[in-house]
Ligand binder design. Structure first.
Ligand code: C5P
Length: 219
């Protein structure tokens, strides 16, 4: 049983791939002093282990890796590649794998280090599965071409050799899988605020979310 700290501000965000949720969540977390977790990175980490250690990769091996998982492990640049992202969307369909990372995420959301005033998690099932009682819930999206272009630029900056057409195809495939899978599919819950970032600057998106939060917090 996990102890839950009281009086935390918890923000839950779900979004399809490359919608800009990570950038926004980081800015919001910094502004409100929240502990931030990009949960996609955990699935990417597991996918990366599968590609790197295919022979050792089983539930026992993963259990040990997740038990000793540090935030630093999720900062590995190799996790960002399209190959790892595609593999992540495959392994994340497995309920046994999702169960393995469940308590890591719950602990992160409900027990952030004392120096933080709360937590902010983004992913695919955060608003209804991981932090269903979050004070703030958002569904962040953008049209598919905009998302593909953003991911393409991000990968180019990291010197990944990939064409725009390949990125677009890969994001379409990932959307199909994330929205339609049986276990913890991506969806917008009724109590989430929809933020469409297609025609908005990062600053405009940040201010939109900030306005919603400040109003409820009476700031
Ligand atoms: O967010 P990101 O694109 O890095 O996530 C990689 C993949 O991990 C997603 O396509 C999705 O299949 C999976 N994922 C998930 N649940 C989450 C976060 C990510 O299934 N909470």
């Amino acid at each position: 049983m996990i102890n839950k700290r009281n009086k935390l501000i918890k923000i839950a965000i779900d979004s399809p791939a490359a919608a800009g949720a990570g950038t926004l969540a980081k800015a919001i977390s910094k502004h409100y002093n929240l502990f931030y977790l990009d949960t996609g990175k955990i699935y990417r980490f597991i996918a990366y282990l599968k590609l790197r250690f295919p022979k050792k990769w089983n539930l026992n091996f993963l259990n040990k890796k997740i038990k000793s998982l540090k935030i630093k492990d999720l900062e590995n640049k190799e996790l960002v590649s399209d190959k790892v992202g595609t593999e992540a969307s495959i392994i994340s369909k497995d309920i046994k794998i999702r169960k393995l990372v469940h308590s890591f995420q719950i602990n992160f959301a409900y027990n952030p280090p004392k120096r933080f005033d709360g937590s902010c998690l983004d992913g695919r099932d955060i608003t209804y599965n991981i932090v269903p009682d979050a004070e703030f819930k958002f569904f962040i999206t953008a049209n598919i071409k905009t998302r593909a272009l953003r991911r393409f630029k991000e990968l180019k900056n990291l010197n990944n050799e990939i064409s725009f057409a390949e990125v677009l195809k890969s994001i379409k495939k990932r959307d199909k899988s994330d929205y339609n899978r049986k276990v913890s599919p991506l969806k917008k819950t009724k109590d989430s605020v929809l933020i469409n970032t297609t025609n908005l600057s990062k600053r405009a998106c940040f201010l939109k979310i900030k306005k919603i939060i400040d109003r409820k917090l009476n700031i």
